[in-house]
Design a binder for this molecule. Structure first.
Ligand SMILES: [Zn+2]
Length: 332
């Protein structure tokens, strides 16, 4: 458990807004290399960890990038206007501490006159404590990106952190890599880039690898908090979630069958994952070339894309076991 907390702290502390995944890729490479036959990065910044086998090619993907803020304009008073990189929800970012890629810190604030009901990113700015425009320009350039600087900690037994989406998926792949024993399968663990801006890294990685099966490992939404709009049976603490459908793809029956067979054989607690909004790397991979049977292993997560996402270590462990079991199972 300490390991999981420490590993989460380590990986979520690295700034990796979409398109700038290099630093997190470097850290993941160090952790994955002892378990791989070869590791390489490609042009879009995907990190590919390959364990060679004679059999079918299985690809497991978790994205390294995160959503973030991008500086677009500096006011004469020194406040920094920003745009979104990926799905930032304006109302959830107010009063959140942020840190830019060069270490400059600030806080997200809203214009006093802004209507909370209709809050848009245009109503917000980052106060970096600058005295005026010139002072701010000395610290920030238009195009610099920032991430939430919230804490990683345990609330009860549960893990709270920014960017569990999807560093926790990367951690699931890393922990599964350690546990995979002998198998015929030719395994590609791909730590992808630019998922949050349209599954871009997964697209080129899938084309290059041309897998027989692929599984995205990512967070999924839950229905176990007060006042949920859409009823969803997925809950924290009930196990790994097997993707059936999200807004980016419909899981292939053969991929679902493989995961359910793997879970059944090892008695891994699982639940079914059906969400109406949100997608994963499988959305890009399943339509690669002539099509790839795709599935998904999801970590049930509360408050996705907020500065404080929450997941259950028991579910994370179930996802690690499921990835390891699926990686060793021969597709039928
Ligand atoms: Zn994600």
């Amino acid at each position: 458990m300490t390991d999981l907390l420490e590993l989460t702290r380590k990986l979520t502390a690295i700034r990796a807004v979409s398109g700038n995944e290099g630093a997190v890729a470097e850290e993941i490479l160090k952790l994955a290399a002892p378990y791989a036959d070869e590791c390489y990065t490609d042009i879009l910044g995907n990190l590919v960890v390959h364990r060679r086998g004679e059999g079918k090619k299985l690809l497991f993907a978790a994205h390294m990038d995160s959503i973030g803020l991008i500086a677009t304009y500096i006011e004469k008073e020194g406040f920094v206007r920003f745009g979104k990189v990926g799905g930032i929800f304006p109302a959830e970012t107010i009063n959140t501490p942020v840190v830019f890629q060069n270490g400059v810190r600030g806080v997200v604030c809203k214009e006093e006159k802004a209507d909370l009901q209709k809050l848009a990113v245009e109503d917000l700015f980052v106060d970096i404590g600058a005295k005026d425009e010139e002072d701010a320009r000395g610290k920030i350039r238009v195009g610099d990106t920032a991430v939430f600087a919230s804490e990683t900690y345990l609330a009860g037994d549960r893990l709270v952190s920014p960017y569990l989406d999807d560093r926790i998926g990367c951690i699931v792949l890393l922990l599964a890599l350690e546990r995979i024993g002998k198998t015929q399968n030719d395994l590609y663990f791909v730590f992808t880039s630019q998922e949050e801006v349209g599954l871009r890294g997964a697209k080129t990685a899938a084309f290059a690898i041309d897998p027989d099966y692929a599984f995205a490992v990512d967070v999924t939404d839950i229905g176990d908090v007060p006042g949920v709009k859409v009823k969803n049976h997925c809950s924290l603490g009930k196990g790994a979630a097997i993707k059936i459908m999200d807004s980016s793809f419909i899981a292939h029956p053969k991929a679902v069958e493989l995961l359910e067979r793997a879970a059944g054989a090892q008695e891994i607690p699982v639940q079914r994952d059906v969400i109406q909004a949100g997608g994963t790397d499988s959305g890009a991979i399943h339509v690669s070339r002539e099509g790839v049977p795709c599935g998904g292993i999801s970590i049930p997560t509360r408050y996705i894309h907020s500065p404080n996402e929450m997941a259950d270590p028991g579910d994370i462990e179930a996802c690690v076991r499921l990835v390891a079991a699926a990686a060793m199972l021969e597709p039928q």
